[in-house]
Design a protein around this ligand. Sequence first.
Ligand code: ADP
Ligand code: ZN
Length: 761
Amino acid sequence: MTTAAPDGRAGRERLVEIALPLPLPRTFTYAVPQATRHPLVAGSRVVVPVRSRRVIGVCMGESDGRALGSAKAKAILDVPDPSPALGPDLLALARWMAEYYVAPIGLVCRTMLPAALGVAARPAPAGKSERILVISEKLPTLLARDEAFKRAPQQRQLYELLEQLGGRAPVAHLVKQLGCSTSVVNGLVKRGHATIDEESRTRDPFVDRPAGAPPAVTPTPAQRAARDTILAGAPGSAFLLHGITGSGKTLVYLQVLERLVRDEGRSAIVLVPEIALTPQAVDRFRAMFGDLVAVLHSGLSDGERLDAWRALERGEKRVAVGARSAIFAPCRDLGAIIVDEEHEASYKQGETPRYHARDLALIRARESGARCVLGSATPSLESWRNAQDGRLTLLGLPDRVGGGALPEVRVVDLRQELKVAPPHEKARRLVLSAPLEAALHERLERREQSILLLNRRGYASFVQCEGGHVATCPDCSISLTYHRTPERLVCHYCQHQEPAVRTCGDCGLPMARQRGLGTQQVERLLAERLPGARISRMDVDTTSGKWAHTEILDRVGRGEVDILLGTQMIAKGLDFPNVTLVGVIDADVGINLPDFRASERAFQLLSQVAGRAGRGPKGGEVFIQTRVPTHHAVRHAATHDYVAFVAEELPARESPAYPPTVRLAHVVVSGLDEVAVADFARVVTDWLEEANTRFSLGLSVLGPAPCPIERIKTRWRWHVIVKATKASALTRLLHGLMGGISLPAKHDLRLVVDRDPVALL
Ligand code: ADP
Ligand code: ZN
């Protein structure tokens, strides 16, 4: 095909726009040679010359050549695949992401495709995979070898051993055989005689794990009604499945897929927050769909991931189950996209492009005519608002299956504990109150299991009086953060400051800085107070191995653990009938984080963790330890009342305005020099304010202020928060900013825009 260029460029040359994996917000024009190996269409991968390198990009479509000016377009070198890597719906999604998240289109495409397809210039992940040394340059003659290894006899030995082994062998094996160091291997690679291939050795636990039999259960009337409504929905329609913990949301997903995938032969994507934390949910899909399921998890090697990707593309696998990036699975004829636990923050990507997989699910479903189901016991306020406004159809599963009751929740007032405890026991009782300790003993005697949640304090400290009051910013309704030098309280949204007072303004009781407890500390205390209990700790320190989570959870499932103590990673999706007690050590930690979503997060966490108790016939009990028993997050979690929580939280998001009342963008400036960062943050703020006024965008710009986490990996951080009532005005402003402001070339300054941030830290 040939197209005429507008400038009369002879009409011979076909030009296309190529997205390249570069941090630039534009595409690049290339010429299409007369003959290509495979047809070149929008979405095809291409190999193109960039300076002297060959780079893999993605064709975004035909070009009018205007961007070229007087330059001549370089020719595309190859079209390596017979069919486009990005189908029409993914291509549309890519464009949407680039526009909405203000992200370079080439980086968006790179994010969407598996690393092995080469668009990603990223090195393969090290550590979990086996390094294979492969001969890349044959040295057939002795002369060539003498020449090549003149001063490197060990490299020659290595080369010749590798040759004997067929030109391909594991690095570890070679090093052991020769008794040499890995620097010899590196030398060989550096000289270009060999390359290193990464091959995963991590056993994929889903290969060996028995999938089990599909559940022989009859759906409840509520489950059936939800399924029928979803299936009756128009293509592209979206649903919010609000089902309390243990209400059987998974069966609804399975039944929807049974119709669309098994009966109609279409495909589906199932997103879960984290594969390692939800092995049970994954098992249920495998039990029903067997070999049709591709589990996309982070333990896959690049090669395995590519295999899974190809199998999905060819339709050999038709159910993609995975964490957020599974939203890019190349499923054709997509019938459904399920987003389980849609409120989870892990659906948001923390680097460019900073997408939210739940929002992409809605967009992709619309583009491809699939039904989209967002499920949660504690939906995000954004989704709840969307359901109220009719953009999502609300479906409810109000009861636990089998008539099981939600566990009874007891709120333990730590202020009261302090009052009644003998002086030498006060410190301990704040960690393990008398009622919680007694309940743990009871479970041990009855051979039942308990889960204890310890949400660690983390980075910022707030001050709280003994009466439970916390100092908050008068303008932002955000907890003030304690700073030691000079001693003061600071709002990390607007920079409001006040002296750190000794007594509470509300009740006159002494104020104290709250310090964090460690899981180890609690573990020791438990071992002391409950001798003989089999305690298992689950936090980032005990779960560094890829499948450590799964192992710990499997042990709990087999009944080898009496008390599972952990951070919030234990709150999700677990379904253990013998867990009859859940304890929350300190609910106040989450509630007082300096973030507008702190209450919502705390409510979700408390509800989710409470939902782990009493999932079997023995019932269950939950203890929440807190100094603020009247806080709405605590009160409504205690009665399992999401709707009541929302009824109090939504008005609080109106003034001052936060999502879902307004749209947010989090603009972060970082760099190596504190003053330069603050100065540039000021420049950015001025730019935003000026543009906002000049174009009457009606946005509000807040800041600049230091981020609550002021420094990460030696980089100082300041932020500006932009609130908008209209998404389009925000898009316009942010594109203007990224294209219009020049970054001073010093102190490694960086400017990052995070649209719809999940946290403003
Ligand atoms: P949720 O995700 O809503 O918290 P699950 O989907 O994990 O709940 O279901 C809770 C438990 O109830 C699971 O063990 C599941 O197998 C079981 N279950 C779901 N639906 C039914 C049903 N209709 N009949 C019997 N058991 C069911
Ligand atoms: Zn403030």
